[in-house]
Design a protein around this ligand. Sequence first.
Ligand code: PGA
Length: 296
Amino acid sequence: MQATLHQLRVFATVARHRSFTKAADELNITQPTVSSQVKHLANILELPLFEQIGKQLYLTEVGEALLGTCRDIFDRLENFEMQVADFKGMKQGKLRLAAVTTTKYFVPRLLGSFCATYPEIDISLQVINHQQLIQRMTDNEDDLYILSNPPKDINLEIHKILENPLVVVAKSDHPLAEKHNISIQELNGESFISREAGSGTRRAIQELLNKHKVAVRVRLELGSNEAIKHAIAGGLGISVLSQHSLFAKELESELAILDVREFPIERYWYVAYLSSKQLSTIAQTFLEYLLEQSQF
Ligand code: PGA
């Protein structure tokens, strides 16, 4: 194949964004250049790499296969660059992390102290919900993943690192805020603020409520734990949140944790990576650093 690395990079960027325009923006080149590079690749292969259906750009089967190959090539090249830096006695390169939303209360801090020790490292941290993280895992986009409830159908190396209890949160003047030992049945019919579909927190709550046949009244769906806290303080309903999201002081006097018997839902955070993945020196160093901070 006579393709250049540059052409492969252009193709992979288009494939990631499913857009020629966004790829051109990211790569700082013009859209006609992007199109001609992709066209050149397709000509070499004598097969189309993309398919336009309506406004949507799809990868063809060979496009998917090429994208997988590109990821392997770029991964290995990047690892090699890091090895070279390592040979020179430097820890240098890129660390790619994806973490579920609730971990934002501790991961950035850990990164802060890690970066202070290794200032030459560039970090990309994607803070996303469970479903989006699983998608990135499937696409082999990152070095390490921090999540609750790791999937069973992906081959992973997993280490438990921290507790992530989920608690019922209400406005501090809610009638149940003064009560103790509340039965979960008392949540029946409560106005509830729920996370978006695809959230791991939402799924854990639903499983517990279903198990006890409790039906809350979902009044509002929000994609952010912070927004949910403000909605609770605004009187829109109760919710269930990671206890870690409540450590910040700003809403402390306005929110109360309800003493519901079946709570907290016991969950844990794990750090995971694909078993097939050869971790870079930097990812390995960060993994060891995380495990040193682990409760387990
Ligand atoms: P979420 O993830 O952001 O998808 O709710 C948190 C979790 O799964 O614990």
